[in-house]
Write a protein that binds this ligand. Structure first.
Ligand code: CTP
Length: 444
């Protein structure tokens, strides 16, 4: 039997009103349809931990798609149904979405008693999940709103900091859970409990990770690299023998030091005015790959299906990192504009890794000067200005913009007018191709 407790106050504390409103409305709509509806998974876990979580996953004992349609009429949003699975997403114009799934009904267990069938279908849904801490639900129907449904002692495990699977085949059924276990353990500073740890080791020995598609592997890996402190997770991946499946080409201990220093480097760079990159995982990914040969790095990028721009960033880091390191660490004086030019061959996302590799104070000081001068000297012109001048988009844009940047650093141009003038003469000088005016139609 489920232990019940009421956590409405915890919900009110942890969740923003937009989410509370969705949950309340979901309960009312379900009531009208004579269904039971629950919020499940990460949101419940995080409410109990007093951590904000905006991912609403609803489980409906009833028709999930019908539920999603009715709910969208009340809270807005567009419904994307997946008939085959009985699931749907409600998607809002701002990109936010709510997942609605149908709880599987266990026909065989209590064929006669309806309430028990309903209960057991939720239980069945929760039982298929990864860990006890993620297998709790909170009831949303009006008279039960805030009732915690905890069949597997998730709350107790949460309090004791234990990551525990629900059954022995969990990692065999879904090997991504091995990475998830590590992620949750390190994120919440918990422990994978002994039996679960044994199951992980057994699964790794049986090479279950090799059965995962690279797509799923990458999904989990990227999740890890986007966490607040991936470095401990990567340590643990290596300790448990998972690393070798993710990066067979890379010896963990060779990159471990750099990875472990990234958080510190990120902090320093932020203080220097470095803007956080949109792809949070890239600084870590680059520090994992920075010692690899070009071809190997390329293979890894291909395997994980990275985009062209991302792959370029990896390859640029490897190609130019060493030269940049040498110039910044040179004992003789090097002009700031030259250093800047060199640093700018590296993607911004490589700066954290780069900073950890700089050894002496002087090199670090130079790097800082470069960053500051780059921030100060950002030109105001951009690609659009060049287009307005009538030039065809292409590699020349980048060269022109780099060049004007250089000119600013060297003090050759100062105002926006001077920048535009500089660009104009640069493009003319380099015979940049103009946009062809449309040919007038020949007279019939
Ligand atoms: N889940 C699972 N097995 C997986 C992935 C997910 O059982 N391999 C279940 C868990 O109950 C989890 C829920 O689906 O809580 C939602 O998954 P997801 O959004 O990936 O994770 P969260 O638990 O919300 O974690 P995070 O805070 O990282 O988003």
């Amino acid at each position: 039997n489920a232990k019940t407790a009421h956590i409405r106050p915890d919900m009110q504390r942890a969740l923003p009103s937009r989410i509370m409103n969705i949950l309340t409305k979901a309960g009312e709509v379900a009531e009208g349809l004579n269904y039971q509806v629950y919020a499940v998974g990460g949101l419940v876990r995080d409410v109990l931990l007093k951590v904000e979580n905006l991912d609403v996953d609803l489980v409906v004992e009833g028709n999930g798609i019908e539920m999603a349609n009715e709910l969208a009429k009340v809270i807005g949003g567009r419904v994307r149904p997946h008939e085959k699975f009985g699931t749907a997403e409600i998607i809002f114009p701002d990109g936010y979405w709510v997942d609605v799934v149908t709880a599987r009904v266990e026909y065989y267990e209590y064929p006669a008693a309806l309430p028990q069938v309903e209960q057991s279908s939720l239980k069945h849904d929760l039982y298929r999940r990864d860990f006890t801490i993620n297998a709790m639900a909170v009831a949303l129907n009006p008279e039960r709103f805030g009732e915690l449904v905890d069949y597997f002692n998730g709350r107790e495990d949460l309090q004791n900091g234990a990551i525990r699977v629900l059954h022995n085949l969990s990692f065999i059924e879904d090997p991504t859970r091995i990475l998830r276990a590590i992620r949750f353990e390190q994120r919440y500073d918990m422990d994978i409990e002994p039996q679960t740890l044994r199951l992980i080791k057994e699964a790794v020995r049986e090479k279950v990770i090799a059965r995962l598609s690279t797509e799923r592997m990458w999904g989990e890996l990227k999740h890890i690299l986007e966490e607040a402190d991936p470095e401990h997770m990567l340590d643990r991946l290596s300790e448990l023998g998972v690393w070798d499946y993710l990066f067979p080409e890379i010896t963990f201990w060779e990159v471990q030091y750099v990875i472990s220093e990234i958080p510190q480097a990120l902090m320093i760079l932020r203080n220097w005015g470095w803007a956080e990159p949109a792809e949070k995982w890239l600084p870590y990914f680059l520090s994992i790959l920075h010692l690899t040969a070009q071809e190997t790095a390329y293979t890894i990028c291909q395997r994980y299906n990275l985009g062209r721009r991302q792959t370029e960033k990896v390859l640029d880091t490897i190609a130019y990192g060493r030269v940049a390191l040498r110039r910044l660490s040179a004992t003789e004086e090097v002009p700031l504009s030259e250093l800047t030019k060199i640093v700018q061959t590296l993607p911004r996302e490589a700066y954290p890794m780069f900073l950890t590799l700089l050894e002496d104070k002087n090199a670090i000081r130079r790097f800082r000067l470069v960053m500051e001068s780059v921030n100060k000297n950002k030109p105001t012109v951009n690609g659009k200005d060049i287009r307005d001048m009538g030039y065809q988009p292409g590699p020349m844009y980048r060269r022109a913009l780099d060049s004007v940047w250089q000119a600013r650093l060297d003090g050759m141009v100062q105002t926006r007018e001077e920048e535009l003038e500089y660009i104009r003469s640069f493009l003319e000088h380099n015979n940049a191709p103009k946009i062809q005016p449309k040919q007038p139609k020949p007279p019939m």
